[in-house]
Design a protein around this ligand. Structure first.
Ligand code: DWN
Length: 392
């Protein structure tokens, strides 16, 4: 069943060098579907993974709040599962931010990362990382060289994978008998409730509720034993998957809640789709008001989700002078589809625009605190989700 169509959009992390601005960028249908049998929400098309992830511009370490989140994560798991001296494997390990946090807790670490530039960066930092997509062959190699894993971690990567069966076979191969597979994924209920439509893009193939995840893991002979809700990235769930045991009361309560709100019913999704249109119209109205007042507006956070938001709302250089970002890989490039120049975040303190559109709204509190002097000097922020609002 169709949930929503956001048009044909460029790839979320396909940041452009200015010389390519006049060339037509590849665009793909961004259509979201829902399985009426298992309630899994997925995109209608799969873009070739090597196109998406062979070279990657998103650096976990470029966002201090994520580094801090991973520090708490590693500490929590190390306490819970006594990981000192034991092997922790993370696939989709990016630049090694979480690997470093687990190593700081005394665990042995191994990353698996398909992006060659990120794997090289992690290895250069002394964080051993396979440059590959995680699969059964890689799992066997790691097990042969380093033994089985007390924890296999997958953060914001399970939703990116098309052949989940193959990856779960690899997890089952590598996991120690008492091991735990810990996966953190954006939570569908947060996406729907807070109208986080901009988190829909081609890297995210699946949009998980717990209900289909329980079936998915059971199909691989695994049990979704526990779950924690997290606030990062607009709301995620951290699931704990084991070979044996029973689902915790938290899992049972969450499944019941999903049933109560109708995660398998059409109404939840038709309401979401209509709220997306309202969200777009509200943001366009706020930006038009800014232009009527001759306010100079810039974006903050050259995020993957900004590609969806800017292209769906038809926001371009006529609305935003530039997008500021802390990721050195993105500075000097143009945003996909909307072709807005990206400048270093440091530019903001000299440039002092009238208004900043929070394209990294998932870090709104931290960003506003970091730029408190801008606010004190009369600057304003626009928080775009769920309905655009000016701060103050
Ligand atoms: O699943 C994914 C999520 C987890 O991360 C990936 N597929 C892609 C990526 O999505 P995103 O780019 O929307 O993630 P973030 O973490 O919201 O991106 C934050 C961006 O904002 C980075 O480019 C860094 C930048 N930033 C900044 O310029 N100043 C971030 C902070 C906190 C700041 O203060």
């Amino acid at each position: 069943m169709p949930v929503i169509s956001l048009g044909e959009t460029p790839l979320a992390n396909a940041w452009l060098t200015p010389d390519l601005a006049t060339q037509r960028e590849p665009r793909y249908p961004l259509h979201v579907l829902r399985c009426t049998r298992c309630a899994l929400v997925q995109l209608s098309v799969v873009v070739e993974p090597s196109t998406l992830f062979g070279h990657y511009s998103y650096l976990t370490s470029a966002s201090r709040p994520m580094v801090e989140h991973f520090g708490r994560y590693a500490h929590s798991l190390s306490e819970r599962f006594a990981l000192k001296g034991r092997l922790v494997v993370e696939f989709g390990s990016n630049d090694g931010a979480l690997l470093r946090a687990f190593a700081n807790q005394g665990a042995r670490v191994m990353g698996v990362e398909p992006a060659s530039n990120l794997a090289a960066a992690a290895n250069a930092e002394g964080l051993p990382t396979f440059n590959a997509f995680f699969n059964a062959g890689v799992a066997r190699d790691i097990k042969a060289k380093h033994g089985d894993a007390a924890v296999i971690a997958a953060n914001n990567v399970l939703a990116h994978i098309d052949d989940l069966g193959d990856v779960l076979t690899a997890v089952e191969l590598l996991l120690a008998p008492d091991g735990v597979f810990v996966a953190e994924v954006p939570y569908l209920l947060d996406l729907l409730e807070h109208v986080e439509y901009d988190t829909i893009y081609h890297e995210h193939l699946s949009y998980f509720a717990l209900t289909p995840l329980v079936r998915l893991f059971a199909g691989a002979g695994l049990i979704l034993a526990d779950v924690e809700r997290q606030k990062v990235h607009g709301g995620t769930i951290r699931v704990f998957v084991t070979r044996a045991g029973q689902p915790s009361t938290r899992v049972e309560a969450a499944i019941d809640h999903e049933k109560q709100i109708g995660v398998t019913e059409a109404g939840l999704y038709t309401t979401f789709a209509s709220r997306v249109v309202q969200s777009r119209d509200a943001l366009v109205a706020v930006l038009s008001g800014q232009r009527r007042n001759n306010a100079r507006v810039v974006g903050l956070g050259a995020t993957a989700k900004s590609t969806t938001l800017l292209n769906y709302c038809a926001i371009g250089p006529q609305h935003l002078d530039y997008i500021a970002d802390s990721t050195h890989l993105k500075v000097g490039l143009l945003s996909p589809g909307s072709h807005i120049p990206i400048r270093s975040e440091d530019a903001l303190s000299q440039d002092r625009p009238d208004t900043i559109l929070l394209l990294a709204w998932n870090y709104a509190d931290q960003i506003i605190a970091k730029h408190s002097d801008y606010l004190a000097g009369g600057g304003r922020f626009i928080h775009p989700i769920p309905l655009a609002r000016l701060i103050p």
